[in-house]
Design a protein around this ligand. Structure first.
Ligand code: G6P
Ligand code: MN
Length: 448
């Protein structure tokens, strides 16, 4: 089976390759094509992969290319994990927003809108090329803002594009562990948009164990989301929100923590990641060891500003393990390619699952997966406050899509202005001007 990874020079590619190496099943991936626009990054990642493969005689062959059409042609699966504008762009997304006193996180608030505006035209182009050159391929989208980008690509590819994120799996696993339940067999009742969802229950043998967790202050203090939101607020909600909802429920505190931080997340990663690729260019650098060290530092500092705002201190050893997005991607690919039935939380078209949204809206929901793709399961409705947030943010996403399609600045301003974390139309107008001055990728917004 042939897998193509777009953004193949990206830092997390060795995670995916490691998962492929562990797959012994029949019909496994035998060739991986890495595509990237940057030759140095491709070279660095290819060297990490070569060291990973050294101990495996039947490791998937790795091919690198900077030609997108060549990369896509004949692929069975395409992983899209690109970062338009790089980490420099992510740092600018944060900077411009913070200067206006609003949040500039890469997926939430003004930052997510700016990132979406410059990513969608590129993602749509990829979708069209896949449709033309590999019409039977499945696209697994990792590119953030993952829900929005998946919805954009689904306008070309329909249900052949599926978005993934590891935070719901990570949340489910942490909640299961706090309850002493087995994460592999517990049923996680989770729904929302990407980075905007709620775990409303965790069923073991048909019984919902979440009320037991909500009643137990010590158990709530034992995992990241429990500490971030605090027991009182979790009891008020009767659910455990995705960690990204910390930016909504504690918006002032997180904006302040970002403003007061020595560096924003994007600025930190820009330096840290540039250091990695620089080190990899030096002769004698041990690839895998250097990559592991950089990864450990990246994981340990994840959402540090939020923990600072919540006063929860360092990251816990147990929480350091990410949700394992490479495992989700591999499980999804196997389920489709080999009809290994499974249930995964994925970003797919709503098709009536949440009554508050239309059928085309991409949502994040447990899906039954088989050879025909991912099918959302029936879930209980969201309570009004959650349904309201989901509908507001989907309205913002639709304006971003409209702006990307038409090049209209008015649509882009409307996207910023309608976001629940942007508190004024004047701020929205200044945000768009600020972002246009920073990002060449927004030059297409030529219509008033
Ligand atoms: C989580 C999120 C991803 C994000 C990743 C890395 O897994 O769900 O969407 O890409 O963290 O975040 P970072 O701040 O390290 O880039
Ligand atoms: Mn994510």
């Amino acid at each position: 089976m042939k897998l193509t990874i777009l953004g193949g020079g990206g830092f997390r590619v060795p995670l995916v390759y490691g998962a492929l190496l562990a797959d012994r099943g029949e019909g496994r991936v035998t060739r991986v094509t890495l595509h990237d626009v940057d030759a140095d990054r491709l070279d660095a990642v290819a060297r990490v992969l070569a060291e990973q493969a050294a101990a495996h005689p039947d490791a998937p062959r790795v091919v690198v290319t900077r030609d997108l059409d060549e990369a896509v042609r004949g692929a069975d699966f395409v992983f899209s994990a690109i970062r338009v504008g790089g980490l420099e762009g992510r740092a600018a997304d944060e900077r411009v927003a913070l200067a206006e006193g609003v949040l500039g996180q890469e997926t939430v608030g003004a930052g997510g809108i700016a990132y979406g505006l410059r990513t969608i035209p590129v993602a749509m182009d990829i979708a069209r090329r896949v449709a033309g050159l590999a019409p039977d391929a499945w696209v697994i989208n990792f590119t953030n803002p993952a829900g929005l980008v998946t919805e954009a690509m689904s306008r070309v590819l329909g249900d052949r594009v599926i978005g993934i994120c590891d935070s719901p799996v990570g949340l489910g696993r942490r909640v299961a562990r706090a309850l002493g339940a087995d994460p592999a067999t517990a049923w996680i009742d989770y729904v929302g948009l990407n980075h905007l969802g709620w775990l409303r229950g965790l069923r073991v043998g048909g019984r919902d164990e979440l009320p037991r967790l909500l009643a137990d202050t010590d158990a709530l203090g034992s995992f990241e989301e429990g500490r971030l939101f605090g027991p009182d607020w979790l009891r008020s909600l009767g659910a455990v929100p995705n960690e990204y909802l910390h930016y909504y429920y504690f918006n002032r505190e997180t904006v302040r923590a970002y403003q007061e931080a020595k560096q924003t997340r994007g600025a930190f990663l820009r330096t840290q990641q540039a250091g990695f690729y620089e080190e990899m260019r030096r002769p004698g650098t041990p690839p895998l060891e250097t990559w592991h060290r950089t990864l450990a530092e990246r994981e340990a500092t994840y959402m540090a500003a939020n923990r600072e705002a919540a006063g929860t201190g360092e990251r816990d050893e147990d929480d350091l393990e990410s949700g394992g997005y490479e495992k989700v991607a591999l499980a999804l690919m196997r389920a489709i390619a080999r009809d290994e039935h499974t249930t995964l939380i994925l970003n797919v078209r709503n098709q009536g699952t949440l009554a508050v949204l239309d059928a085309q809206a991409v949502i994040e929901v447990p899906c039954f997966v088989d050879v025909n793709g991912a099918h959302p399961v029936t879930v209980d409705p969201l309570p009004y406050h959650a349904a309201g947030l989901v509908a507001s943010v989907k309205a913002v996403e639709r304006e971003v899509l409209a702006a990307a399609e038409s090049g209209s600045r008015a649509s882009a301003v409307k996207a910023f202005a309608l976001h629940p974390l942007v508190d004024s139309v004047s701020v929205a107008r200044r945000l768009l001007e600020g972002y246009r001055a920073e990002h060449p990728g927004l030059a297409y917004l030529t219509r008033p």
